[in-house]
Structures are given as C-alpha cells and as structure tokens.
Design a protein around this ligand. Structure first.
Ligand SMILES: C[S@@+](CC[C@H](N)C(=O)[O-])C[C@H]1O[C@@H](n2cnc3c(N)ncnc32)[C@H](O)[C@@H]1O
Length: 393
C-alpha cells in the first residue's frame, strides 16, 4: 500500500470540501495505480483515505476523512446506504428501474450501477474501481434485497481514456438474451437494450421529470423531441394526451418507441418520425404548427468549457423554435445535460429564447436529475442535469 502527501494548496482544497485532488496538488507519495491510499497533510497529519489514479488529472478521489482504513464492512455499509436511500424513495419496485449506485456522488468513486428489473448494469470509470470491480460486485450482491438475474459491465465510456483504460463490455453473470422489460407506475412499460442502448440502456436520470411533465396533464397534442425511447411522450399519452409525436434520429430508438407505446397500451396515439430535430423544428416553426406541450431534451451541447459558446447559440435557437410551437398557455419542458453549463446560465439561455421568440414565458418549475442521481454538495461535477418547466403565453 502506498501513501500520498498533499501540498499546502491541496490540503486547503480538500478541507474546503471538494473530494477530488488534482495531480499538481500532490507534493509527494507512492502508490500502484488503483490503490486505496492514506492521504497526509504536508505536516504529516492524516487527512483520510482516497483512491489513487496514476493516469488521470484527478490523482485522488477521497473515500473517507476518517483515519481508519476502509475495509469490506465499510464498502458494504456504503452500498447498503445507497440501496436503502432508493428503498426510502420508493424506487425498488422489482419490475422497475433505477440507479442503484451513483459513483462519486455516493462515496463510491468510479462505480455506477443501474438496475433494470433484476438485471444490473455497471459502468466503471476509474483505475481503482476497475481494479476493485469483482470485489464491488460481490459486496453489492450481498447488500441487495434480491438475487440479480444477470450482471453486465458496460464500461464503454469515452472518459475511461483519461484513466488509461480501454473500453470493456462483459457479461459477468447470468444470461441476457434480448431487451429487458421494465414496468413503472402509471402503466408505463418499456424495453431497454442494455447491450447497445445509450448510457446503460436508458436515461434513468430523466424519470422524475417525465412523471412531472405528465402531471401537467397535456390533454391535446404533445411533441416529444430528441425522444430516445419515447418515454416523455408515452407518459404524456398515459396521462391523457390525444396525439403524441416523437422525433428521434436513432433508428433503433425509433423502433423501440413503437414497441414501448404498444406495451404501454397507447400505440393508437403515439407516432414516430425519424428526423434531425434541429432542422425539423425549424420547419415546424416556419409552418406555424401549434402543440400543447413540447419536450426538448437534446444531447449535451457543451461537454467542456470550449464548447460553451456554440452551445449557447444552440440552446437559444432550439428553445426559440419550441416556444414558437406552443399554443398560448402550452408548456415547453426543456432540458440540458451539458456539464459545462451551470443552471443559472441555462436559465439565461431560456430567457434569451423567450425574448427572441416574443413569447411571454413563465418558469413554473426548475429541477435536476431524478433523486437516484443525487448531487453531492461540494462536488459540482455531479450537478449536470437541468430541466425547466415553462408555460408559454
Ligand atoms: C438526452 S437523450 C433524450 C432522452 C429522452 N428524452 C428520455 O427521456 O429518455 C437525446 C436523444 O437525442 C437524439 N439525438 C441527438 N441528436 C439528434 C438530432 N439532431 N435529431 C434527432 N435526435 C437527436 C439521441 O439519439 C438521443 O436519443
């Protein structure tokens, strides 16, 4: 086992509450990539334990500020704490889906675990979590209130390259012989392609926002843009929308929308068009179409600070078009998952869109990700998802 000694700046940064230590703030030390190491102040006082990466700019991810070395009981406690939070949130319906472990936000750096019914899908993003994978899986299974039918590792994240890790997809146990069927409250039934789908198969971070949008009871026509598996639109149909049109460019996702609408019993009211939403929304706005609710949930326009300028233009123009499409009194539900754009900046872009569209727009609610994707206070990197619920007059 190695050890790391921080610089004075590193110590101050850590004591301010951020749990990541950058390479430049480590004054001295030794460790094997992926080690759990004790972390010391320059004067020799122990500051806690962290996971070491030899490749990343983030050299250390704090696990605990206690002196005692984390052992198996410690990790089991962390897993149990995460699972019991989902139980308390009512998210452990055995046929449903949720994020079980949310990585750094939950003090288990580098490990994300999503649950689709009884199938677990792991994503591993750091050297340490990579080394500890089998141990983490074993401890997680002990902490779970059910026996998983399959465990799949979907570590095909591009961020792994920052840790010197190759992409990896591996079935660790059980059998997965097709999409997983998930059933949620309110009659929503959908299929998840855990092997090929986006993220671990679905956008679980949006689940509470989909319920919230449906609770607006969009009775008439709903346009679900950047729809992926169509779950905003299908939830709206289940809530009584008469006509739902899902727009999406991914062919496999378009097929799943139709299957999901059928499984949820709303196929007669849900249609799909495979289009480029940027162009399609311009066309619809020019044609002066009117919709009762427009959902705008594009992929991240700004993945880093350099992309912020272009992203601002994209968000303003996209939301301008969406606002023009709203009937007076209709809703625009608009999201941004750009890590590099703060909530206040996104609200500024929406205000610009309202100004250039000449539509008076009221912000009725402004949320983040579902509560199974918690934001760790002191770690702003975990606060990435913004979702605005706006009434356009
Ligand atoms: C953030 S996801 C949407 C998630 C979805 N709203 C949900 O709740 O599951 C963004 C989606 O936009 C699609 N997409 C990206 N660029 C697009 C474009 N120009 N036109 C249409 N769809 C696009 C992606 O394939 C992806 O499915």
């Amino acid at each position: 086992m190695g050890k790391m000694i921080l610089s004075g700046k590193g110590r101050r940064w850590l004591l301010k509450g951020h749990p990541w230590i950058y390479k430049d703030d480590v004054a001295d030390g030794e460790g094997t990539p992926g080690d759990l190491v004790p972390i010391y102040a320059p004067e020799g006082e122990i500051l806690g334990w962290g996971l070491y990466s030899a490749e990343s700019k983030i050299a250390l991810r704090m696990v605990t500020r206690e002196e005692e070395q984390p052992n198996r009981e410690f990790w089991l406690g962390r897993m149990r704490r995460a699972i019991s939070a989902r139980e308390n949130l009512g998210m452990m319906n055995p046929e449903g889906a949720c994020r079980l472990i949310s990585g750094d936000a939950e003090g288990i750096p580098g490990l994300v675990v999503d649950r689709y019914a009884k199938t677990l899908v792991l994503q591993i993003g750091t050297q340490a979590a990579d080394r500890m994978r089998d141990f983490f899986v074993e401890v997680l299974i002990e902490a779970l209130p059910f026996e998983p039918t399959a465990v799949l590792e979907r570590s095909d994240l591009s961020v792994r390259r920052f840790e010197g890790l190759e992409p990896r997809v591996e079935l660790l146990s059980g059998v997965i012989d097709g999409p997983i069927e998930v059933r949620e409250e309110g009659g929503l039934v959908y299929r998840v392609d855990v092997r090929e789908g986006h993220k671990t198969g679905a956008y679980l971070d949006m689940s509470s926002n989909r319920v919230k949008a449906a609770a607006l009871r969009p009775g008439g026509r709903v346009l679900d843009t950047f729809a992926y598996d169509g779950l905003f639109g299908i939830r709206a149909a289940l809530a009584g929308a008469e006509e739902v049109l899902c727009l999406e460019q991914n062919a496999a996702a378009c097929e799943r929308i139709l299957v999901n609408a059928e499984l949820s019993g709303v196929a007669d009211r849900v249609k799909v068009e495979r289009v480029d939403c940027m162009k399609d929304l311009r066309k619809r706005a020019e044609a002066k179409e009117l919709w009762d609710m427009i959902v705008v949930d594009p992929p991240a326009f700004a993945r880093n600070k350099r992309e912020k300028r272009g992203a601002e233009r994209g968000y303003v123009e996209l939301n301008r078009r969406a606002m023009l499409l709203a009937v007076p009194g209709g809703h625009v539900v608009s999201a941004s998952c750009s890590h590099a754009i703060w909530a206040s900046e996104f609200l500024g872009h929406l205000a610009s869109a309202a100004r250039v569209s000449h539509r008076d727009t009221m912000l009725e609610a402004f949320t983040g990700a579902s509560p199974d994707h918690p934001v760790r206070l002191g770690l702003p990197e975990t606060d990435y998802l913004k979702c605005a619920f706006m009434r356009v007059t």
